[in-house]
Design a protein around this ligand. Structure first.
Ligand code: G3P
Ligand code: CA
Length: 264
């Protein structure tokens, strides 16, 4: 594979299947993605669940805040039928609920550990200010329980934690100094110098909009010794842009397309 970038499936193979469902993640692994991206937030009773939005409305048949519901209440909802890929698979296989059931972080970790192949998992913590550090604390505790908080080079599963919040990145670094982190960037903050990243992070995660607006950003970040993972790269022109500029990781809703373009 040489210097080719890693390919991460953003919320799973989320173009084809409902985001953050087990089916979307298993599809991405079957397609050959190097890694998976997921968002985590807390339920009312303190469980880490893989849901992007603060509210339930877009990706489930529920209404209101995820954080206002217990895990049991969320387990009763349908997280797949809003998406065309949430319909039952057109095969002879018995129907299962992997396209519609809420995914807990625990179930995702169990799935990647059972995958029988190397998997890189990017876990993004959502709303660090709302939860006052609980998301990061619970996440690190869970990763410790799974033996994933201190990466071992020969372990098949490698976890990296990401956040747009410098505070959250710093918290994770303090709780688990060996755990790699990504500082996500939607815009370029005034305080950010394009040298080594702060808060113990060695990976920058700019959005594709920022990369388009600042063509020198990727080379500058990499020249300073950082790695760069760009999200969410779905369009051929954007893929060409990041490949030309040089990138270490590509986060995409369409891992199969990206892998084909890379000749893999
Ligand atoms: O991978 C980073 C990217 O997921 C950040 O944006 O809104 O999709 O979580 P969002
Ligand atoms: Ca995310």
């Amino acid at each position: 594979m040489g210097d080719q970038p890693l390919v991460f499936a953003h919320r799973g193979a989320s173009y084809d299947l409902p985001e953050h469902t087990l089916a979307a993640y298993l599809r991405a692994l079957a397609e050959g993605a190097d890694g998976l991206e997921c968002d985590v937030r807390l339920t009312r009773d303190g469980h880490l669940v893989c849901v992007h939005d603060r509210r339930l409305d877009r990706t489930s048949n529920g209404r209101g805040l995820v954080s206002a519901r217990t895990l049991a209440e969320l387990e009763a909802l349908d997280f797949g039928s809003w998406h065309p890929g949430g319909l039952p698979a057109d095969t002879d296989e018995p129907p299962d609920d992997s396209r519609t059931r809420l995914l807990t972080l625990e179930r995702l970790l169990d799935a990647v550990l059972a995958a029988g192949r190397p998997v890189r998992l990017l876990i993004e913590t959502k709303h660090p200010s709302r939860y006052g550090g609980d998301v990061e604390r619970k996440l690190v505790t869970m990763l410790r329980r799974y033996g994933l908080a201190e990466p071992a080079p020969d372990h098949p599963v490698q976890v990296t934690v990401m956040s747009f919040s410098p505070l959250a990145v710093r918290r994770v670094h303090e709780l688990a100094p060996a755990l790699p982190t990504v500082l996500l960037l939607e815009v370029l903050p005034r305080w950010l110098r394009l040298g080594r990243l702060p808060f113990g992070s060695r990976i920058a995660g700019p959005g594709i909009g920022l990369v388009r607006a600042r063509p020198q950003l990727l080379p500058a970040l990499r020249a300073a010794g950082n790695q760069v993972y760009v999200w969410t790269v779905n369009e051929p022109d954007d893929l060409d842009l990041v490949l030309t500029a040089g990138v270490d990781g590509i986060i995409t809703d369409r891992p199969a397309h990206t892998l084909t373009r890379l000749g893999r």
